[in-house]
Design a protein around this ligand. Structure first.
Ligand code: SF4
Length: 357
């Protein structure tokens, strides 16, 4: 199809972060800037750079985690990729099962509908993401109905099948969300996301609103479904222990930018960015006698409307040198598959955590 001819932008070319596995998604220089309006005439007086030049690739069948403090841009990145919000600039190259390689950022309405059938989102809050006036049949069957899939009997059968898949009894099909616990509601949200057999799911903090006892069950369910259906996940979270459990690779974001990307084990055991070290140092440890490394982060996360000069992390970084305050570091590949955005990455001896402890 002509409209999908990416010409020189062929995502299959190696451009840094593509690995050996087949890529499903390649995000190139993605930006989402929200205008700040002020005064009677609502003039634009600045921009909040929520996502500012983010690039990474997702391999088919993997779980890629995006982590960072609240406000770092990880959720906005996930939503921009699905065009739930319009990106300001950049490319979102996706290997759609029907359309082939497309740039999601420029899809027209027709192709966007096709793309949305193959990509879904699991939301953070299972209480507000489900309409309380709809039964499970209506909630989970809605994407099928909206896309004209099957007749009423076929949709009911599919919803019952999806309920079983996520560990809920098909007899619950006519019940309303209020009859279920938080963990069960999240299972309903997952069933709804799976209704149209998606290729790619953005999981936006899917367990952070759940009790700790339920979190592991939900993560295990997501892993089982991934294995059964070959799903690819973008897993947005701020709990690093959760990310360690489910993700193959992790990207760390700070003030709208990716500052480190590596496979999970390497990132946790041998971080190369001081911000990653600080995040890891703050992870609660199950063993009360464990005496790990703790770097307490001074100050607040920088304001994305007026970020600091140079390295955005320099006002909080315990290792900052003069250069850091006026020169922004590049995201560089220091070891195969391990990218870091820090001037001193080669020199620093940072402390990670042992995932086995
Ligand atoms: Fe810290 Fe400088 Fe590295 Fe930024 S570039 S993380 S301020 S050492």
């Amino acid at each position: 199809m002509d409209s999908h001819d990416l010409g020189e932008l062929d995502p299959r070319q190696e451009t840094g972060q593509a690995g050996q596995a087949e890529d499903l998604l390649k995000v190139v220089d993605l930006c989402k800037h929200f205008p700040i309006q002020a005064g009677f005439w609502r003039r634009i007086v600045g921009h909040v750079r929520a996502v500012d030049g983010v690039s990474f690739a997702l391999h088919r069948g993997e779980t890629f985690g995006l982590v960072g403090e609240s406000g770092c841009g990880k959720t906005t990145t996930g939503r921009s990729i699905l065009r739930a919000i319009e990106p300001t600039s950049g490319q979102i190259l996706f290997n759609d099962q029907e359309l082939g390689w497309v740039d999601v950022a420029t899809l027209d309405e027709g192709d966007l509908r096709v793309f949305r059938r193959h990509t879904q989102m699991v939301f953070q809050d299972p209480y507000s993401s489900l309409n309380p006036r709809m039964t499970l049949l209506e909630l989970i069957g809605e994407p099928l109905l909206n896309n004209g899939v099957g007749d009423a009997a076929a949709r009911t059968e599919r919803v019952a099948e999806l309920l079983s898949l996520v560990g809920l009894r098909p007899e619950y099909i006519r019940r309303y969300p209020h009859a279920f616990s938080g963990g069960q509601r999240q299972r309903v949200g997952i069933a709804r996301a799976l209704a149209l057999n998606p290729q790619f799911v953005v999981c936006d903090e899917p367990v952070s609103a759940l009790d700790v006892s339920i979190q592991a069950q939900t993560l295990n369910l997501l892993q089982d479904l991934q294995e059964a259906f070959g799903l690819t996940y973008l897993f947005v979270a701020h709990q690093l222990n959760v990310v360690a459990h489910i993700c193959d690779r992790v990207g760390v974001m700070y003030v709208g930018k990716l500052v480190e990307v590596a496979d999970t084990e390497t990132l946790y055991s041998s971080p190369l960015h001081p911000y990653t070290e600080a995040l890891l140092g703050a992870v609660p440890h199950p063993d009360p006698d464990y005496r790990g490394h703790r770097t307490l982060l001074a100050g607040e996360i920088a304001n994305p409307a007026s970020p600091p000069s140079g390295c955005y992390f320099h006002p909080r970084c315990p290792y900052a040198v003069d250069e850091c305050s006026h020169e922004e570091p590049e995201l560089r590949e220091l070891q195969p598959g391990h990218f870091v955005k820090c001037h001193l990455a080669e020199e620093l001896q940072l402390v990670g955590v042992d995932l086995e402890v």
